[in-house]
Design a protein around this ligand. Structure first.
Ligand code: ZN
Length: 441
């Protein structure tokens, strides 16, 4: 009887105070010694960002703070727009021993594989990456769309993670880098992969695959136009799509307002892809100066993913010999390619290939970029406004400005003096909500 009365009282309180409804958005004033706005090559002193609901209403130096605002003073730190990573695979993990991972991905059921993606999303967001482009997903011998599900679960607030633009299955040729049966005994899975696995041959089939992926939730289209490092049956730099296939890929994707990101290590394949009009070349290990010139001329982005080769080279014995040889060749070539790209002035988007290394270590890419000669400000811009342009979200993300969505992070000290500060992000706000705050009170 008493319990019924209590329940009724609780119900009455809910009805009269509107507990079920969202409280009105409060005003938060974030303060720190410095502010990087995501567009200028300077740090403003005494940075202030005013956030109302999920929107930035003001950002700058020494701004007045409204009386009703909750002030969060982050001290000797730098406020920055949330970082972006243009090349992740949140639903995958290749970071352990290659063959052990390969076996596990065949023995675990799909539900378990899907659940294992959840901590990857959280680790990425807590590292300060509030938006990612996720360029290829899927489990062996399964036509599921785990990246679409993860993106949707994050958007609905069920899972904690970054905003995701997803590619569904990477599109590629039979026997190419994205052919999941590559390296296994013929017909071990009972059938050759088809467009439902992203595998297509011929321009019409490529076009249909793009349509199939868009229908199933792709925000961006990813294809492999050359061989890759972590695939067993192909050479790392050989072209894997012909000119007609690439033209169909780009034409159909752009008609559907999807950008095209292509996995490409080889120089010839890159030239053909750039001429076909792709939006970004991922990896680009063997690109020659004249190809980089072509990218500059066409405005094609380069996503260098230095972390991928760096991590593989650090634990080379964990990979089969054929992959070790490919990794060595690609790593030897990529440093000179990156320096040439800087000299020529190619647009460099920040992307890491997270999944090749453990999720959440994305920011280590910054020090690799500056180690090869990129200026710290340019590295920071690449992970903010440059990526926002490549991802097509620059109207609402990538800078700290009035009217943008409130994705704000803070790192200790001055990242332009010590770029590794980017690896110590201690405050993360996404969409106006604080997801991490390790500042001292
Ligand atoms: Zn990748």
């Amino acid at each position: 009887m008493q319990r019924v009365a209590l329940l009724l009282l609780a119900l009455l309180l809910c009805l009269t105070t509107g507990v079920a409804a969202d409280p009105p958005p409060g005003i938060i004033a974030l303060k720190a010694a410095r502010l990087f706005d995501g567009k200028s090559k300077t740090l403003l002193p005494n940075g202030v960002v005013i956030v109302e609901g999920n929107t930035i209403t003001a950002a700058g130096s020494n701004l007045p703070v409204p009386d009703e605002a909750q002030i969060i003073d982050l001290g000797d730190a730098t406020l920055s727009p949330g970082f972006m990573d243009a090349h992740t695979h949140l639903t995958l993990d290749y970071s352990g021993n290659y063959n052990e991972r390969r076996l596990r991905s065949l023995s675990e059921n799909i539900s378990q594989l899907a659940l294992e993606t959840i901590p990857n999303a959280r680790a990425t967001l807590e590292a300060g990456f509030t938006s990612v482009r996720d360029v290829g997903s899927g489990f062996p011998n399964s036509q599921d769309f785990p990246d679409v599900s993860l993106r949707n679960a994050i958007n609905e607030g069920i899972v904690t993670g970054p905003r995701m633009l997803v590619a569904t299955h990477g599109i590629g040729a039979t026997g190419g880098h994205f052919d999941g049966t590559n390296g296994y005994r013929d017909m071990i899975f009972g059938a050759e992969p088809d467009l439902t696995d992203g595998i297509a041959d011929g321009a019409d089939a490529i076009r249909k695959t793009v349509r199939y992926e868009a229908k199933n939730g792709a925000d961006v289209i990813k294809a492999a136009v050359s061989g890759g490092v972590l695939s067993l049956g192909d050479e790392v730099d050989v072209p894997q799509l012909d000119a007609a296939e690439m033209a169909a890929l780009v034409d159909e994707s752009h008609r559907l307002r999807k950008k095209v990101a292509v996995h490409c290590h080889g120089d010839l394949a890159a030239k053909e892809a750039i001429n076909a009009g792709v939006d970004s070349i991922e990896h680009g290990s063997f690109l020659k100066p004249d190809t980089l010139q072509l990218m500059k001329q066409k405005g094609t982005y380069l996503t260098p993913t230095l972390m991928a080769s760096e991590y593989i080279m650090g634990k080379l014995s964990q990979y089969p010999p054929a992959l070790q040889a490919k990794a060595k060749a690609a790593t030897e070539a990529r440093s000179e390619m990156f320096r040439n790209a800087l000299r020529i002035g190619v647009k460099i988007s920040f992307g890491t290939d997270a999944a090749v290394f453990p999720h959440g270590q994305n920011a280590k890419e910054f020090a690799l970029m500056t180690g090869l000669g990129m200026k710290p400000f340019d590295a920071l811009l690449s992970a903010t406004s440059v990526d926002a342009q490549l991802l097509g979200v620059a109207d609402k993300l990538g800078t700290l400005e009035k009217g943008k969505l409130a994705d704000v992070i803070a790192m200790p000290g001055d990242p332009t003096a010590d770029i590794t500060a980017t690896e110590r992000v201690f405050f993360v706000m996404k969409d106006g909500k604080i997801v991490k705050n390790e500042s001292k009170p």
